[in-house]
Ligand binder design. Structure first.
Ligand code: CP
Length: 300
């Protein structure tokens, strides 16, 4: 993998993905055995939006590799609050760190930041745009459970604003994956994403009812309705709670079905599913550390 920055899953070839996932498997087998790999490396964490998994797993990954992190902290406690631009912020922090991990509410923010600095920038989520490192851990989990070829995957929920979906769908065009997109009409994939998927040779099958596809699926990837992205709260209320996975929903599923979710969830998967064999989402979240270790190892 030879990318200076990781901004979009569209950058990732099948070879890139397989190299990161193979390396991640080595880290997962013995996470404590690599603590000299990147000693004295400092990773800058710039999160302009809330995060639990992405931020903490990058923090853990860098420390597991023997490096350390510096954290801008919350927007409210930083000089962003005084009106400092993103360009100035990253130009300053590149002098403190060897690479930057950026989450921002604006689509395109990571790309913009990468144009102002010489250190690698990793997009940790840009608005409703992309979240490529989430995709790498999603692919890692899918590979473990179902394999990445000859895969039928249902991707359900907020396909309009869900950045993890946009990145995952692009990355899966590198594999023999049949993607079924399940959402309310108003939350279908954006036109640009559909165009890119078709351009990459994928068929875009869209459904409004999970029952139309459930029994065919190897993986069901559920997403949260991204309330914070809706311009109008009434629009959110009109679709909130439309899809809910519970034990009864899964009665007609393939017994081998893996239910995944990038998390956080709100109410789209009921807690009773957590104890079922189908539930893969906590394991998925845990793979964030070895996968981000592998990515940092390649990029640094
Ligand atoms: N999946 C994910 O991006 O979670 P966080 O928002 O907690 O980082």
């Amino acid at each position: 993998m030879r990318h200076e920055h990781l901004i979009s899953a569209k950058q990732l070839s099948r070879g890139d993905i397989e190299a990161v996932l193979d390396r991640a498997a080595e880290f997962a087998a013995d996470p404590g055995a690599h603590s000299d790999s990147h000693a004295e490396t400092l990773l800058g964490l710039l999160f302009f939006e809330p995060s639990t998994r992405t931020k903490m797993s990058f923090d853990a990954a860098m420390k597991r590799l023997g490096g350390d992190t510096i954290d801008m902290g919350s927007v409210d406690s930083s000089s962003v609050k005084k009106g400092e631009s993103l360009a100035d912020t990253v130009r300053v922090i590149e002098g403190y760190a060897d690479a930057l991990v950026l989450r921002h509410p604006s689509e395109g923010a990571a790309k913009l930041a990468s144009e102002f600095v010489d250190v690698p920038v990793v997009n940790a989520g840009d608005g409703a745009g992309h979240h490529p490192t989430q995709t790498l851990l999603d692919l890692y989990t899918i590979r473990e459970h179902a394999g990445l070829d000859d895969l039928t995957i249902g991707i359900m929920g907020d396909l309009k604003y869900g950045r993890t979906v946009h990145s995952l769908a692009h990355a899966l065009t590198n594999f023999d994956a049949d993607q079924r997109f399940v959402s309310p009409e108003s939350l279908r994939l954006p036109q640009g994403v559909r165009y890119d998927l078709r351009n990459a040779g994928a068929e875009v099958h869209e459904h409004t009812a999970l029952e139309e596809v459930l029994d065919e699926l190897d993986v069901l990837y559920v997403t949260r309705i991204q309330r914070e992205r809706f311009p109008d709260e009434n629009e959110y209320r009109s679709v909130a709670g439309e899809y809910r996975i519970d034990a009864a929903t899964l009665e007609s599923a393939n017994p081998e079905l893996s239910v995944m979710h990038p998390l956080p969830r709100v109410d789209e998967i009921t807690p009773e599913v957590d104890a079922m064999e189908h539930a893969t989402y906590f394991e998925q979240a845990h793979s964030g550390v070895p996968v981000r270790m592998a990515l940092l190892d390649y990029m640094l």
